[in-house]
Design a protein around this ligand. Structure first.
Ligand code: ZN
Length: 175
């Protein structure tokens, strides 16, 4: 089965402690695990796709959440520890699901990808809704539990359960 690593919202506003919607310590702690996932994908020549919040200055999502990841701002940049390689694509998005209003599905189809491996933040928001949309479109989904995080630990745990029990994603828990 052809796989891709999909890196969700590893941006300053979510993962840097100075970011406007940062995940706090949970966001800092997840970075090494995501870096390991990137290293292993690159070693095995697994395609890597970054999906990144990139909002308009007056984006309607800001009716739900404080402004974050505005296009062109520091907060919308990928964190220094997890920068994409030269061949790796970045898909901007404006909603929780990386499939909504983007060409992610087309990119996956063009590369013959059948399974996406999701890492990043937040487990209960963009990771979960991207996983749901991937499943609706017939992709297999894997989620290494140590490489996703949220500002809300209980919501993170609930989302891992939803991913596994409802969406039948393969949630990998390191022992
Ligand atoms: Zn957003």
């Amino acid at each position: 089965m052809k796989r891709a690593l999909v890196v969700v919202d590893c941006l300053n506003d979510f993962l840097s402690l100075e970011g406007s919607l940062n995940c706090g310590e949970a966001g800092r702690q997840v970075i090494p695990a995501i870096a390991r996932e990137l290293e292993s994908a690159r070693k095995s020549r697994t395609p890597v796709i970054y999906v990144c919040d990139r909002h308009l200055p007056d984006d309607r999502e800001f009716e739900l959440y404080p402004p974050h990841c505005v296009a062109g701002s520091w907060g919308a940049e990928i964190v220094g520890e997890l920068k994409p390689g030269p061949q790796e694509r970045v898909v901007p998005k404006r909603r929780f699901s990386a499939f909504f209003g983007t060409d992610l599905e087309l990119q996956l189809h063009e590369q013959g990808i059948e399974e996406i491996r999701l890492v990043g933040v937040c487990t209960n928001i963009c990771v979960l809704y991207t996983a749901a949309d991937a499943r609706m479109r017939g992709f297999e989904v894997a989620v290494p539990a140590d490489a996703v995080a949220s500002f809300d630990e209980a919501a993170h745990e609930n989302a891992l359960r939803e991913l596994s029990s409802v969406l039948k994603a393969r949630v990998e828990v390191a022992d």
